[in-house]
Design a protein around this ligand. Structure first.
Ligand SMILES: [Zn+2]
Ligand SMILES: [Zn+2]
Length: 253
C-alpha cells in the first residue's frame, strides 16, 4: 500500500505544512480534509472517493470546500463523506451554511456510529473507534488490506488526542502508525489543556503497541524548526520514528 501524506501539520498551514489530508489512492480512501485537500484532484483519477473524517475541527474539514469544482467538473462522480453524527451535523449546518459557502457540494454524507467497520472495494477493511480525550472528541482509524493473492498490510491514523491506553489494542501491530505529535516533551501542560500529544507519549504508545513504523504528524505550526518534536528522544524509545513532511509517499508491504 502507498499512503500519500498530503498535509501533515496541525491547526493552520504554514510555509512547511498544510493541514490534515492523507490519501490511499488505490482504494479511493481519503483521511481528513484539511487545507492540503487542494492537492487531491491532481492525484486521484477514480470517480469515487470515500472521505473519512476524524472530527469537525476546521484543520480537518475546511478542504471539503475545495472539492466543489472537481465534482462539478465531473472528475468525481461520487464523493462520500463519512463522519460521526456530530461531525456530519457540523459540516452541514456550519461549514456549508450558505452565508459561509454559497453552493452545497453534492457530497453524499454518511453517518458512521462511534465504533464500527466497513469494507471498501472488497479489499480494504476500515475500522474506527472514538478518541475521547480531545475537546469534542476525535476518531481513530485502522485500515487493513486483505484478500487472496494480496500481501496483508495495515496502518492506523490517530490524530487529535492525548495518548492513553484506550487504543493500544486497536493499533496493535499495524505496519505503520501515523500519529499526531503536536508538542515536544516540555509542553505537557499545554498538551493537556488542548487535548494533544507530547512526543515521549507517542513514542511510548508505538512501542507498547508493537507497530512496525511510526510517522509523527499534526505538529505545532508555530514551530518552524526542522525538528519541532525532538526526534532523537523519540527514537531512543522507538527507533523506527520519522517526522512527516508534506507530499511524502509511504510504502508499506
Ligand atoms: Zn487538528
Ligand atoms: Zn482537533
Amino acid at each position: 500500500m502507498r499512503i500519500q501524506l498530503l498535509g501533515t501539520g496541525g491547526y493552520y498551514p504554514n510555509d512547511k505544512r498544510h493541514t490534515a489530508c492523507y490519501l490511499l489512492a488505490e482504494a479511493g480512501i481519503v483521511l481528513d480534509a484539511g487545507t492540503a485537500t487542494y492537492r487531491l484532484p491532481a492525484l486521484t483519477r477514480d470517480e469515487h472517493q470515500d472521505v473519512f473524517l476524524t472530527h469537525a475541527h476546521l484543520d480537518h474539514v475546511f478542504g471539503l470546500t475545495f472539492l466543489l469544482v472537481p465534482i462539478l467538473n465531473q472528475q468525481y462522480r461520487r464523493v462520500t463523506v463519512h463522519g460521526t453524527q456530530q461531525t456530519i451535523d457540523a459540516i452541514q449546518n456550519f461549514l456549508f451554511q450558505d452565508v459561509l459557502f454559497p453552493v452545497d457540494p453534492p457530497f453524499q454524507c454518511e453517518v458512521i456510529p462511534p465504533t464500527g467497520e466497513m469494507v471498501i472495494r472488497d479489499q480494504y477493511r476500515v475500522r474506527w473507534q472514538p478518541l475521547p480525550s480531545h475537546p469534542g472528541g476525535s476518531t481513530a482509524f485502522r485500515i487493513e488490506r486483505f484478500g487472496e493473492g494480496v500481501a496483508p498490510s495495515s496502518f492506523a491514523y490517530v490524530t487529535d488526542t492525548r495518548v492513553d491506553g484506550s487504543y493500544v489494542d486497536f493499533i496493535r501491530e499495524v505496519d505503520l502508525l501515523i500519529h499526531e505529535c503536536y508538542f515536544p516533551d516540555d509542553k505537557e501542560g499545554l498538551a493537556e489543556l488542548t487535548g494533544h500529544s507530547i512526543a515521549r507519549d507517542v513514542a511510548n504508545v508505538a512501542r507498547e503497541a508493537n507497530v512496525g513504523r511510526l510517522i509523527a504528524i499534526h505538529v505545532d505550526p508555530q514551530s518552524n524548526e526542522e525538528d519541532p518534536i525532538g526526534l532523537e528522544g523519540m527514537r531512543a524509545t522507538f527507533a523506527n520514528t520519522e517526522l512527516a513532511v508534506d507530499q511524502m509517499d509511504v510504502d508499506i508491504p
